[in-house]
Design a binder for this molecule. Structure first.
Ligand SMILES: NC(=O)c1ccc[n+]([C@@H]2O[C@H](COP(=O)([O-])OP(=O)(O)OC[C@H]3O[C@@H](n4cnc5c(N)ncnc54)[C@H](O)[C@@H]3O)[C@@H](O)[C@H]2O)c1
Length: 257
């Protein structure tokens, strides 16, 4: 029980990495606010936690919307009286576009979901953590932030911003015993990865080929799982990492080296 008595607010927890992390944190004693734009997914995560004897609420929230962010924070406090851990994990990917075909509205959307969301959540959660005397913030970046690849300009720019934002906020709030760290996953077997690859290929054979090509670039020889990332988040959320702030952990099987 590495998070006994802690309260965690996890965005994008109706699916993939956020869901795996919610279940793992709950297994380690945390009470969870499951927040997602997809209420059905959020409800499923929360009921899985409850079925296993844990405590969870779920909130429908679009992380690009300041009012929704304030509501998800308010509902967490209302139910559990504090927020020890904020995991800014919600994010969206992009099909592969040459720069000249990248749509401006798509660029703005990616930046809003992947970056503005973290600004907003920190803006409203940090005052609460300061008042509590501390807290932990974890952001989900991507290995593409440190190893950029072609035709992913919007996604890689957004994730590079996540890394630097993590470091800047970490310096700012360290005196208040608030730690801010980031996880950079390599491609992980979640619906998001499937969407990137499927949107970028027209045929099943191409999809499999893209996947195999990617795996060949990972020294450990496989994609990540959502649990690989969840375990890194567990370490960052727990007091075991109390000397880490402004750090980015690459859960990447060596791809970023
Ligand atoms: N899967 C990968 O290959 C991979 C690799 C590197 C980084 N990441 C990052 O990991 C994070 C989680 O991705 P995942 O792979 O679990 O994907 P996923 O698609 O399984 O889950 C993402 C969740 O975020 C939610 N979401 C999307 N937009 C939202 C919004 N505006 N407001 C609230 N919730 C929203 C979705 O509804 C979904 O439940 C993302 O930030 C993603 O960029 C994923």
């Amino acid at each position: 029980m590495r998070l006994q008595g802690k309260v965690a607010l996890i965005t994008g927890s109706g699916s993939g990495i956020g869901k795996a992390t919610s279940l793992l944190f709950a297994q380690h004693g945390a009470k969870i606010c499951v927040a997602d734009i997809n209420l059905k997914g959020a409800e499923e995560t929360a009921s899985e936690i409850r079925a296993k004897g844990g405590e969870a609420i779920c909130v429908e929230a679009d992380v690009t919307n300041a009012e929704h962010i304030q509501r998800m924070i308010h509902e967490t406090i209302n139910k559990f009286q504090k927020i020890d851990i904020l995991f800014n994990n919600a994010g969206m990917s992009s099909p592969l576009f040459p720069i000249e075909e990248l749509d401006e509205a798509h660029w703005d959307k990616i930046m809003a979901v992947n970056v503005k969301s973290i600004f907003l959540a920190c803006k409203y959660a940090v005052p609460i953590m300061k008042k509590q005397g501390g807290g932990v913030i974890i952001n989900t970046g991507s290995i593409i932030a440190v190893r950029p690849r072609p035709r992913q300009s919007a996604y890689l720019a957004s994730k590079a911003a996540v890394v630097n934002l993590t470091k800047g906020i970490a310096l700012e709030v360290a005196p208040y015993r608030i730690r801010v760290n980031c996880i950079n996953p390599v491609a992980a077997e979640t619906p998001l990865l499937e969407k990137i690859l499927r949107d970028s290929t027209s045929q099943e054979a191409d999809y499999q080929k893209e996947k195999e090509k990617y795996i060949a670039s990972v020294p450990i020889g496989r994609l990540a799982t959502a649990d690989d990332v969840a375990y890194a988040a567990l370490y960052l959320a727990s007091d075991e990492s109390s000397m880490l702030t402004g750090a980015c952990i690459n859960v990447d099987g060596g791809r970023g080296v």
